[in-house]
Design a protein around this ligand. Structure first.
Ligand code: PRP
Length: 208
């Protein structure tokens, strides 16, 4: 089973309540996604390898550490775009590789419409960004693509995951780590997460 890491923190609980609230405006929703993405980003990167170096402060030499891996941010369009800027703030040298996918409304299966991943020179660590993991179809498709690219360390960052989709991803990809703020119990007939927060892409981009 892929390792599930659920971030339990009072600030996460507070911001999740704002995100779920149907009265939250798109502007506040975007800001809240960003706050949660930053908290998730810190959590999901706490074991990234570093290399020893020395920097010279105005006073003395100081033993220091710098990141020793190439990190790729992999947002799933559209909603994953809401997580890019906060992650980029944390890892300014990260590469950003977009994957375009939408769910077919009848089958709930992901349909790929954008993919410019190169065929070689995979990043060392890929952080897959999508605020919602419902059936898990989009994440599974993204992870398969990153495995084909040759990424050795794949980590999924989702704000809310539904238990059934999450378990499918975990069972299918035992080596993939998953970082979430909340796990919701179920999906409705349209494969929307319940209680969830509605359609994250529409709420981020004010296209409800
Ligand atoms: C939503 C959401 C995820 C996906 C989750 O995207 O942002 O990408 O569905 O569902 P799954 O786990 O069942 O695959 P949507 O199709 O609404 O596209 P959008 O991000 O462009 O709004």
């Amino acid at each position: 089973m892929g390792r599930l890491n659920q971030l339990s923190h009072p600030l996460v609980a507070h911001h999740l309540a704002t995100m779920r609230d149907e009265k939250t405006s798109p502007a506040e929703f975007r800001a809240t996604v960003s706050r949660l993405a930053m908290l998730l980003g810190v959590y999901a990167t706490e074991d990234l390898p570093t290399a020893a170096t020395t920097v010279r402060t105005p006073l003395a030499d100081c033993p220091s550490q710098t990141l020793a891996v190439r990190v790729g941010l992999v947002p799933i369009l559209r909603a994953g775009l809401g997580l890019v800027e906060p992650l980029h703030q944390l890892i300014p040298d990260a590469e950003v590789w977009h994957l375009g996918m939408y769910r077919n409304e009848e089958t709930a299966e992901p349909v790929s419409y954008y993919d410019k991943l190169p065929s070689r020179d995979a990043v060392d660590v890929a952080l897959v960004l999508d605020p919602m993991l419902a059936t898990g179809g989009s994440i599974r498709s993204a992870v398969e693509r990153l495995i084909r690219w040759g990424v050795p360390d794949i980590r999924v960052l989702s704000v809310i995951a539904a238990r059934p989709g999450l378990e499918r991803v975990q069972a299918e990809f035992p080596d993939v780590s998953i970082f979430v703020c909340a796990v919701d119990p179920s999906l409705n007939d349209q494969q929307f997460i319940v209680p969830g927060l509605g359609d994250a892409g529409d709420r981020i981009f004010n296209t409800v």
